[in-house]
Ligand binder design. Sequence first.
Ligand code: A3D
Length: 320
Amino acid sequence: MARNKIALIGSGMIGGTLAHLAGLKEMGDIVLFDIAEGTPQGKALDIAESAPVEGFDSRLSGANDYSAIEGADVCIVTAGVARKPGMSRDDLLGINLKVMEQVGAGIKKYAPNAFVICITNPLDAMVWALQKFSGLPKNKVVGMAGVLDSGRFQHFLAEEFNVSVEDVTAFVLGGHGDTMVPLARYSTVAGIPLPDLVKMGWTSKEKLEEIIQRTRDGGAEIVSLLKTGSAYYAPAASAILMAESYLKDKKRVLPCAAYLSGQYGVKDMYVGVPCVIGEGGIERVIEIELNKTEQKAFDNSVASVAGLCEACIAIAPNLK
Ligand code: A3D
């Protein structure tokens, strides 16, 4: 049986971490692609040299030509620029939109059957543009943000309650930005919803609000600490989880930026919602009932994503 082929488009901080994780997990053969000459080749060789030490068999290679991604089963896209302190994700839109056009053309030509996971920011607008530029089916192009945002929420909650991260589930909806919607009602410790834990005296309402705000600001917190770029370990781990669910047909239920064609009252946009990922890509979008406050927060988030898509159309009218 042939090994899976995983193409990493963008070989910067997240791209390199993705390659390392995909190797450690023996997910298949790995191609790193980048416009920077030497970077993908150097990272591929460095990780390949760790394989005998770690004991994994993956062929790793680096390339500056899209033909290297030919026939990839999964493409994970991180090409573009990342945030520096003082920048919002939206400041990246103009540069990264042009990058998505090139990446979309490369995937269309060489890996039209791949499951494509976009990580490049501003996420919800970039994945929307990438789907249009590549012309791939909408269920095969998805954005990674919700798994990361939920992971941050879970980490803060596990710390607050002094329980295992494994017993905390968290639910984050909406766009990947300051308007994201962490849902307390659907987040639990071993099935006990957060509002019940407040009633049980595990935490206070105020502390929970603080944690929710820290989750919203999770990306900026890392940017301000690193000073030279943005988070990469947790974003890479999150995309690997999504790729594994596709390659192994695990049908995990994960929050992803998925194409909406009327669900949640949203049309022709990518927004973070719970999805089932299996061999068919995004096999199902799960519509949960929102109360008035949650719906308002979700609508606000959708409006901000819509504004970013409009800004993309102003630069590239062919996206309409
Ligand atoms: P970085 O380490 O700068 O890597 C980006 C790579 O893209 C560099 O190696 C560039 O050479 C390469 N690149 C630039 N232009 C092109 C092009 N036209 N074609 C191919 N490669 C190109 O950044 P990073 O890995 O830290 O972050 C990558 C992206 O992910 C950024 O846009 C971040 O904002 C974004 N990001 C998203 C999340 C989400 O949760 C959605 C989290 C963290 C970072």
